[in-house]
Design a protein around this ligand. Structure first.
Ligand code: ADP
Ligand code: ASP
Ligand code: MG
Length: 423
């Protein structure tokens, strides 16, 4: 018997028919003798609709009320799944975040999970019941509902798996695993059987939204085995039943420790993010304290700055400084910088929201050289200009014009030998 947490995303619970398929996947695990907790997202599109309503009601609204509204989608799907399970003869009940309770920080819209009470779920297991938990939500300061950021149900699931000491956390979604790049970008993307926590963390943080970044960080810290797999497989397929019963390999992609991966490629995957914007400050003084004057106010405003480049000044007095922020925060960043113009001292500001970031990722980079060079060559061959470069131990990222996003991803996918048969 194993203890499992299964998570189903928005497209997997998009309507009642899909929820019945989800219930059948859950039943297969229960029939195999496993203890099962399920985390569900809202139906596809629901959270977007709820976010839009908040904005329509008032562009500047109370984040606590926003959380109260946007958490509602998961209330519906958790209840519906419990109903569908019961209808199939599988005893189940639903819980909202506050009922468990899942305690979070009070940072509304981006709360972090701090503690999870497991008694109720343990009791459900003891009674042979499935615990269905609404994802994306918890309870923060002053008993207010808090949500975990977009895509946060992944984090709910991994956190539950850690708290319950589960043997595995299965993330069921609309693709059958983690691919070398977003399969929507190229039909030649290949499914990976395994990926390291570190690589998955970089992939997610650089834009591969198949898992929320925080969920991967949490899985790594708590050593949760995460399996990304498809909810669109036939839940009754004999090979799936056999795998569930431990008689053959499980489908999907396992996120795991590096030691578990025998053959390591130089580059494992390519991620892209269109949610980027670039700000250049022209003619800032090249002297101590200027960076602090720029990035201090941005940090105080709670803004994340990603890539930064400062040119060397020719005569040692003036230089240009470029940095990137998320596209959604471009206007806010510009306002913060313009408000601090006197302290910073720059000639003018250029903002560009038409950029995207492409990243190549792989733990193999630690021991091999030439990875970045290959990237620059492949982009140069396609005449794609690089605006900013940044690197980490297992990643190289470049900022390019947004119109070349797809071309760049495909070119790099080929250049690093990642292409498979066209799907
Ligand atoms: P869910 O609603 O189940 O949470 P998401 O839409 O959040 O699903 O994540 C699944 C999507 O992630 C896929 O449809 C795919 O387009 C995208 N994706 C991006 N990068 C990758 C990748 N490297 N491998 C697999 N899927 C990826
Ligand atoms: N429903 C939430 C969202 O759309 C959480 C999730 O799906 O993971 O962001
Ligand atoms: Mg998701």
């Amino acid at each position: 018997m194993a203890r499992l947490v299964l998570k189903f995303g928005g497209t997997s619970v998009a309507d009642i028919e899909r929820i019945r398929v989800v219930a059948a996947h859950v039943k297969r695990e229960v029939d195999a003798g496993n203890e099962v907790a399920v985390v569900v997202s809202a139906m596809a599109g629901t959270t977007n609709q709820l976010v839009d309503w908040c904005k329509e009601a008032a562009p500047l609204h109370d984040a606590r009320e926003y959380d109260s509204v946007v958490s509602a989608g998961e209330q519906i799907t958790s209840g519906l799944l419990a109903i569908a399970l019961s209808d199939m003869g599988v005893p189940a009940r639903s819980w909202l975040g506050w009922q468990i309770p899942i305690r979070t920080t009070g940072v509304h819209g981006a709360a972090r999970i701090e503690a999870i009470e497991t008694d109720a779920m343990e009791q459900a297991f003891a009674e042979g019941r499935v615990a269905v938990v609404a994802g994306f939500q918890g309870i923060g300061e002053n008993n207010r509902i808090a949500t975990l950021g977009r895509g946060g149900s992944d984090t709910s699931a991994v956190a539950l798996a850690a708290a319950l000491n589960a043997d595995r956390c299965d993330i069921y979604t609309d693709v059958d695993g983690v691919y070398t790049t977003d399969p929507r970008m190229t039909p030649r993307a290949r499914k990976l059987a395994k990926i390291t926590y570190e690589e998955m963390l970089e992939m997610a943080s650089q834009g591969a939204k198949v898992l929320q970044t925080r969920s991967v960080g949490m899985a790594m810290t708590h050593q949760v085995r995460v399996l990304v797999r498809s909810s669109f497989d036939d839940p009754h397929a004999p090979e799936l039943v056999a795998a569930t019963n431990g008689n053959s390999d499980l489908p999907g992609t396992l996120v795991c420790d590096e030691e578990e991966i025998v053959e390591q490629e130089l580059v494992t995957g390519i991620a892209y993010s269109r949610d980027e914007a670039k700000i250049t400050l022209v003619k800032v003084a090249d002297k101590p304290g200027v960076s602090a004057a720029i990035f201090g106010p941005l940090a105080d405003a709670g803004m994340n700055v990603d890539m930064i480049v400062q040119n060397v000044s020719e005569d040692g007095s003036m230089t240009d400084l470029t940095f990137t922020v998320s596209h959604a925060e471009l206007d806010k960043a510009r306002a913060v910088i313009e408000a601090a113009k006197d302290e910073i001292g720059y000639q003018h500001l250029i903002a560009d929201g038409d950029v995207s970031k492409i990243s190549v990722i792989g733990v193999g980079m630690r021991s091999h050289t030439g990875v970045a060079q290959k990237m620059f060559r492949a982009l140069a061959d396609r005449n794609i200009n690089i605006h900013v470069i940044s690197t980490s131990e297992i990643k190289v990222s470049v900022l390019i014009d947004a119109e070349y996003t797809e071309l760049a991803v495909r070119a790099l996918h080929t250049a690093y030998g990642l292409d498979g048969e066209a799907a």
